[in-house]
Design a protein around this ligand. Sequence first.
Ligand SMILES: Cc1ncc(COP(=O)(O)O)c(C=O)c1O
Length: 394
Amino acid sequence: MKTVAQTPVPALAGRLKRVAPYLAMDVLAAAAVKERRGESVVHMEVGQPSAPAPRPAIEAARAAPDGGRIGYTEALGIAPLRARIARHYRDAYGVTVAPERVVVTTGSSAGFVLAFLSLFDAGARVAITAPGYPAYRNILQALGLEPVVVRLTRADGWIMTAEAIARAHAEKPLAGVLAMSPANPSGTMIGREPLAEIGATCRRLGLWFISDEIYHGLTYAEPATTALASDDDAVVINSFSKYYCMTGWRIGWIVVPERLVRPVERLAQNLYISPPYLSQVAALAAFEATEELEAVKASYARNRAMLLEELPRLGIAELHPVDGAFYVYADVARFTNDAVAFSKRMLEEAGVAATPGADFDAEEGGHYLRFSFAGSEDDCREAVRRLRGWLPKV
Ligand SMILES: Cc1ncc(COP(=O)(O)O)c(C=O)c1O
C-alpha cells in the first residue's frame, strides 16, 4: 500500500490559546444571523451609541480630502488635534497638559497596546478588576503579560481601591494597575479622593497607573475626575468612541508622561504608522458639537431611568449603581446560573441581545447580563416589553 507523506502543518502561536473570545461580539454575530433570517432583534449587547457621529465631525470629514488625497500623518497625530485634546483637559478638569504629551491613537484599543508595550516587560503582572472590560485581560495575555484579577465587592461600591492594590502587590509584586471610571460593565465611578489615593499608592509602590477614562462625559450625577488631576505620572486612556459617538472612526488618545512620548512614538510608527487622517479631522471638529452630544447623553439618561425603574419589576433587582457609562450590569441569579445559554435563548426567543457576564467576570459572571442602553429610547422600551413577555414571572 502506498503511504501518503504527511506534510507538516505550521502551528499557531501558543499564546493564542490564552486569548478568549469577546462574547459581546459573538452575540452580535448571532444577532446578525437572526436578522438575516428577517427576524427582529433589539440590540443591547454592544457598547456603541446608536446616534451617528456629531454633525460638525461628519461635515469636517466630508470637506477634508484635498483632491481625494488621504495620507499618513505624524505617528502621534496631527498637531491641531493634540493641542485641542490638551485644551480639553484645561476646559473640562482645570488640568494643564502639554500638547506634546497627547498621543492620538486608532481607538483606545490601540492606546492599550501602546501603553502595555511601552510600560511592561514580558511576564509583568498588571492588576485589573473583575468584573471588568474583557479586552484588558485578553490584550495583556496576547502580549505575554499577566493579568492579576482584583475582585470588586459590593462593600467597596464595586470599585478598585488603593487598599486592594496594596494587598495584591504585597501578595506578589505588581508592575502596574489599570482602573476605569466610569466602569464597564457596572457603570460605577471612583470619586476624586479614592482616585487620588490609587495614584498615590501606585507612586509609593513604584507601579504604573493606567486610568481608562473612555466613559468620561457620560455621567449622571457627578462629573468624572481625571487621574491627571492628582497624578501627573498617570497614563490616561480615552477615546472618541463613546461620548463622541464615533466608534467606527477608530480614533482615541492617550496622555503619557513626557519621558514616554518618544518610546510610544517609536511603537506607533512601527505598529500602525499613523492614526487615520480623516478620523483625526472629524475628531477635531467633534469638540464643537457639545450641544448635540449633550442631547444624546440626555436620551441615555432617560433610558437609564426607565431601565432602573422597569427591570426590578421584571425580577432583575440587584443592580450596581449606574453612575456613568451606558450599561446596566444585572444579577439574573433568580433566572439562571448559565448566562451564556440564557442570553442565547433570550436572543432566539425574545429577540433581545445582551452580553453574558462571563465576558466581564470569569468566576461570578455566570449569573450576570450586561444591557447596553446606548440605543434609542424606542429600542429600550421595546426590550422591556419583550422581556416582560418572556422572563418567568416572579
Ligand atoms: C472600558 C472600555 N475601554 C476601552 C474600550 C475600547 O474602545 P475603543 O477602542 O473604541 O476606543 C471599550 C469599548 O467598549 C471599553 O468599554
